[in-house]
Structures are given as C-alpha cells and as structure tokens.
Design a protein around this ligand. Structure first.
Ligand SMILES: [Fe+2]
Length: 222
C-alpha cells in the first residue's frame, strides 16, 4: 500500500510551536511503575550522524529556519521521556535524532540517494529536556532504505556521562524481522525500542504520533 504524502503548511508549523497544551496532554499518559522499567538497549550510532550539521537544529524537522516548502513525508510527532532506572525524569539531557528523508537519503556526504535528497527536510534535530524529562520532535514517519527497516536514530548527551545511542522502530512493520540490527536484540529489548506510530485523535491534517521513552542505565547523583 502506498503511504499518503502529507504536506504541512507554515501555518500548521506555527500552530505546532505555539501548542503549549501538548505536554499537558502527554502528562495524562499513564506511567509505568518504577519496577517495571526496562532499560533501553543501546544500538549502534551507524555511519550517518550528520557530518555537517544543518543550519537549523531545532525540534521541527519539517522546516528549515523559515523555509516555506515543507518536507515530504507523513507528519509525525515523536515524543517521550528521558528517565533514569528508577523512573525519575532526567532533566538537561540533550536529545538528538536523525533519520533519512522520504527518498532514503541522510544528511551526510556519504549517503545513498544524495542527488534525490529532500532539501526541505532538516534530517536532524535537538531537544533539551526540562524537569519533566519530556522531549518532542515534529518529523516524518521513518521509511525503509536498502538493508534497513524504518528507524529513527537517537543520541542522548548529558554532562558527566557517556553519550547514549539507540534506534526507534515502528511497531508491526514487516521489515523489522529482516533487520539485522533490530534482530540483534532479545525480545525485551525489541519491545523497548519498537513503538506504535498511530494517527492522532482530532488531528485535522492526519498527523501520526509516536511515544518513545528512553530509560537510561544510571541513577543520577542527588
Ligand atoms: Fe539509519
């Protein structure tokens, strides 16, 4: 089945940035008990972390600075919390994501499909967590490229800690079972990094939403 290509308008971008109520909505999501938390498995950084960062590194990957032509792809709000092993939110964690565009091209000089790269897709974004540990990005639903099932790369950086890298996958995607990096995880690990990309309720433009919490393997010093 061919995925619909949804184009966002600059107006919807402004709406997104102003949407202060979004985190309040997320806060209503039931949490897990601390003893149920599974540490998020680390996954390879891979070869395509941008070798030259984009001019814009904010959390809206669909538009670069004030560009009016939006990126091609299925608009998705990806959010979650950065947590420690006890389930406490981690503040001041710099969350970075990067992924290929709708044509399978990364923001990297060594990418395949370089000539087809979507110049309007930021390909990389950053979000610094506050006291809730929440992060939020607006991006596209990841697509497969040769050899890989769809995924979003994550890197979490914190003062005094080693950087942590992992990847987030689409629940139910047929490519997962053929993907060597996804398959390298045990069942618990796969579950921890594979999440639903589901249509958002009451969305006028048919955006998807995905929740991906990252549980780090440490307890911060108090
Ligand atoms: Fe990748």
């Amino acid at each position: 089945m061919k995925s619909p290509l949804i184009i966002s308008s600059p107006a919807s971008r402004r709406e997104f940035i102003r949407n202060a109520g979004f985190f309040a909505l997320l806060a209503a999501t039931p949490g897990l008990f601390a003893e149920e938390l599974v540490r998020t498995p680390a996954q390879t950084e891979g070869p395509f972390y941008p070798d030259k960062l984009p001019l814009d590194t904010d959390n809206d990957l669909l538009a670069i600075n004030d560009g009016i032509t939006p990126a091609v792809g299925e608009v998705t709000l990806v959010s979650g919390r950065i947590l420690d092993q006890k389930g406490e939110p981690v503040r001041n964690a710099l969350v970075e994501i990067w992924q290929c565009d709708a044509a399978g091209a990364y923001l990297h000089s060594g990418t395949t499909n370089k000539e087809k790269r979507d110049k309007n897709f930021q390909g990389f974004g950053r979000f610094l967590t506050g006291s809730s540990g929440e992060y939020l990005f607006r991006t596209i639903k990841p697509v497969p490229y040769p050899g890989r099932t769809p995924h979003i790369h994550y890197m979490v950086k914190m003062k005094g800690h080693e950087k942590f890298t992992t990847q987030c996958y689409i629940e139910g995607h047929e490519g997962n079972a053929k993907d060597g990096i996804w398959k390298s995880l045990d069942e618990k690990g796969r579950k921890a990094v594979t999440v639903p990309f589901a249509p958002m309720k009451n969305s006028r433009i048919g955006e998807l939403a995905a929740r991906f919490d990252i549980v780090l393997g440490f307890t911060p010093q108090v």
